[in-house]
Design a binder for this molecule. Structure first.
Ligand code: AHR
Length: 497
């Protein structure tokens, strides 16, 4: 019988969990905006054209921050195309995804959408075809109260109050040769620095995000990160990471150990941040923003053949994908000291666990994994000690069968434990041991589990894989035992009685 022990101490915290770790990303790509969040022709749309079923699902997921409008789209986007009277907005050829962009949804509609789901907007400025002037103008348009050209234009467009957008991405994946207006690290660092200077002169309260490498497989990684950071350090608050995972070799054991790769990626960039801070003799801190993360490998088309809202990258996700998502969220908690923002790419239809069709919405298994963590991880991350049997993987060697994170909020005295059994065959009988000597009670228990890693939900069977409430184990003398089935994600909530 496989057994494991998890040791917790509510005083042994590592860092506050940033609420911004539960963010999303919306790009003008495929059907994310049109037919995803915005679909005025749909019977399910509200008076602003927003899909009410999608809004409800997004609210359930408790998103805290939303990144927009791209993505590769950003690097060819003129934000002026997307503001003002809708009938005057131009239709354009959109080069990144070879689609037709009607511009019926733009900055102001995006901010309204964020208000509707109670998420903070995070806007990108174009560092491809865009200039430092256009970046500065957009900050003025959004955040200056009134009495200037751009702020008055916003008022004319029906938005008298400033949007007060706090988070600003200075470009997108500028290291990628596929990017419109791609630059090398030095040229990008200099342009980003000059843009951020102007943007912060417009509004000193904003926080800026520098483009990091677009993945750790880039040949320029991690020099790109170091060079851009060395140049722009003092004017940046976050450094971005992007990564898409996948089971390309159909090697499920290795795929289910993806958390190892995620942690290594963070570790390298954390080292880079420390190095640059020391080299610059700086008092300033820069944190990580993992503002594109998701499973993406199944090979759906990426080019729209010059059509509106084409079906692009509409991934079908299964149980193993959901267990990778759950581990990703565990990594976010374990790396809370340096990782402060994360945005899943994307929130609907495109590389997403939510798919729309005219008459409804399909929730894929990873939807439930995200929903549990985003609603329950509060307060501080705990330093969890895990003693678990090893599972063998081709890619990462032996890894513990359990991947675990935990949170505790001293104010509410509530906590949560997030446990992935990434083994393919064995139930792991797990003892959870609280070492702090304080009383504790388990309150709720949820589980997303199945027997086949390839199992998924479908329009015909939408509820095959959901998170189910399971019996809550008892705690006796600070110890509790729970059986974790293979291929499962279990969440326990705690409170101090
Ligand atoms: O999210 C899809 C694309 O992936 C984004 O446009 C780009 O930034 C990344 O390569």
């Amino acid at each position: 019988m496989a057994t494991a022990q998890i040791f917790l101490d509510r005083n042994r915290t590592t860092a506050p969990i940033s609420p911004l770790l539960f963010g999303g990303f919306i790009e003008h790509m495929g059907r994310c905006v049109y037919e995803g969040i915005y679909d005025p022709a749909s019977p399910l749309a509200d008076e602003n054209g927003l899909r009410t079923d999608v809004l409800e699902a997004l609210r359930e997921q408790a998103y805290t921050v939303m990144r927009y409008p791209g993505g590769n789209f950003l690097s060819g986007y003129n934000w002026l195309d997307g503001v003002g009277p809708k009938e005057k907005r131009p239709s354009r050829r959109e080069l990144a995804w070879q689609s037709i962009e009607t511009n019926q949804f733009g900055t102001n509609e995006f901010v309204d959408f964020c208000t509707a789901i109670d998420a903070a907007p995070m806007l990108g400025v174009n560092m491809g075809t865009g200039t430092i002037q256009s970046a500065s103008d957009l900050v003025e348009y959004c955040n200056v109260e009134s009495g200037t050209y751009w702020s008055d234009l916003r008022a004319q467009h029906g938005y008298r109050q400033p949007h007060n957008v706090r988070y600003w991405c200075v470009g997108n994946e500028m290291d990628g040769p596929w990017q419109i207006g791609h630059l090398d690290a030095e040229a990008y660092g200099k342009k980003a620095l000059e843009a951020a200077k102007m943007m912060k002169w417009q509004d000193p309260t904003i926080q800026t995000i520098l483009c990091g490498s677009s993945s750790n497989s880039m040949v320029t990684y991690p020099d790109w990160d170091r060079i851009a950071l060395e140049i722009a350090w003092e004017h940046m608050d976050y450094h971005s990471m992007h990564y898409y995972a996948g089971n390309r070799e159909n090697d499920t054991a290795s795929y289910l150990a993806s958390a190892v790769a995620f942690e290594q990626y963070v570790d390298v960039l954390e080292g880079t941040l420390r190095y640059v801070k020391a080299k610059r003799r700086s008092q300033h801190d820069v944190y990580l923003s993992w503002d594109e993360w998701q499973v993406w490998y199944k090979g759906d088309p990426l080019q729209g053949n010059w059509t509106e809202a084409p079906h692009l990258a509409e991934e079908i996700y299964n149980l193993e994908d959901a267990l990778v998502v759950a581990q990703w969220l565990n990594v976010f908690l374990r790396k809370s000291h340096v990782l402060k923002i994360a945005c899943v790419a994307q929130i609907v239809n495109v590389i997403s666990w939510l798919h729309t069709r005219q008459d409804g919405l399909l929730k894929q298994p990873s939807y439930y994994a995200f929903k549990l963590v985003s609603n329950l991880a509060r307060g501080e991350a705990l330093d969890v000690l895990v003693k678990a049997p090893a599972v063998e993987t081709k890619e990462y060697g032996d890894v513990p069968a359990l991947d675990v994170s935990a949170s505790y909020d001293a104010q509410t005295q509530q906590g949560a434990i997030f446990l992935v059994n990434r083994g393919l065959t064995d139930v792991v009988t797990t003892e959870v041991i609280w070492q702090d000597g304080k009383e504790v009670k388990l309150e709720q228990a949820w589980q997303l589990a199945g027997t086949d890693p390839k199992e998924c939900n479908s329009w015909e069977e939408p509820n095959r894989l959901v998170a189910n409430a399971i019996p809550v184990p008892e705690v006796v003398n600070g110890r509790s035992t729970i059986s974790l089935p293979p291929l499962s994600f279990t969440v326990l909530t705690t409170r101090t009685p």
